[in-house]
Design a binder for this molecule. Structure first.
Ligand SMILES: [Fe+2]
Length: 219
């Protein structure tokens, strides 16, 4: 991993990552985790490939600058509905920059692009199902004249044997969460599963935890 020292962030407490009981449901007498709710892909999935899609979205290979905005760490565990870790899942992540602008030709937002922000990453979960990346907190942006999308990060998770999950991660304590048409269309339990938790800092970077539960493919 370039420039971003994995060693510096690897011990952020993933050992303490646990699925909250809010995600647990009962089925056939066994406790099962609720699959992470799906969400629309939205219009801004990257269209042009880029060389640099690594886990440090705050820097772009070949450039010396750092992305504008608040650098943050996002980490979590990927599990199946029985809680078993899902290793080697492909995690495709895309988001707006700190000003709320996507690196996408059809983003109508007039907010500025940030050439030092990577905007897109494709990473994998490790042998224990853990993943981690560093990025900047995305800005809110207008979806329509009357609807401002709260800060969020798009995820697409793929793994053989599981249904591909497209979802969006939200941030805690955001007043725009209360009025977001997508998030508010979910049940309270689903909303709580889609909002990351934050339990500390690594250095001066806030660490957000977002655990993901995948649904097995029916056989
Ligand atoms: Fe979005």
């Amino acid at each position: 991993m370039k420039k971003f020292s994995r060693r510096n962030v690897i011990r952020l407490g993933l050992a303490g990552t646990a699925f909250s009981m809010t995600g647990v449901t009962q089925s056939w007498g066994r406790a099962l985790l609720m699959p992470t709710p799906a969400e629309v892909e939205g219009p801004f999935y990257p269209v042009a490939d880029q060389a640099d899609k690594d886990a440090d979205m705050t820097r772009v290979a070949g450039r010396t600058g750092m992305a504008k905005g608040e650098a943050i760490i996002i980490e979590g565990a990927i599990a199946d509905i029985s809680g078993k870790p899902v290793a080697d899942a492909v995690i495709d992540i895309w988001q707006a920059n700190a000003a709320g602008r996507y690196n996408h030709p059809r983003d109508p937002n007039s907010a500025p692009q940030d050439p030092d922000f990577q905007g897109w990453a494709v990473i994998r979960s490790d042998a224990k199902g853990h993943y981690q990346f560093i990025t900047v907190k995305p800005g809110a942006y207008p979806a329509t004249k009357t609807w401002i999308r709260p800060p969020h990060i798009h995820f697409k998770i793929s793994r053989h044997g599981f249904q591909t999950l497209i979802t969006q991660m939200y941030f805690p304590h955001e007043s725009l969460n209360e009025t977001d048409l997508l998030l508010r269309s979910k049940s309270a339990r689903q909303q709580s599963a889609m909002i990351a938790t934050t339990d500390g800092k690594h250095g001066n970077l806030t660490v957000y935890t977002y655990n993901i539960v995948l649904t097995p493919v029916e056989r």
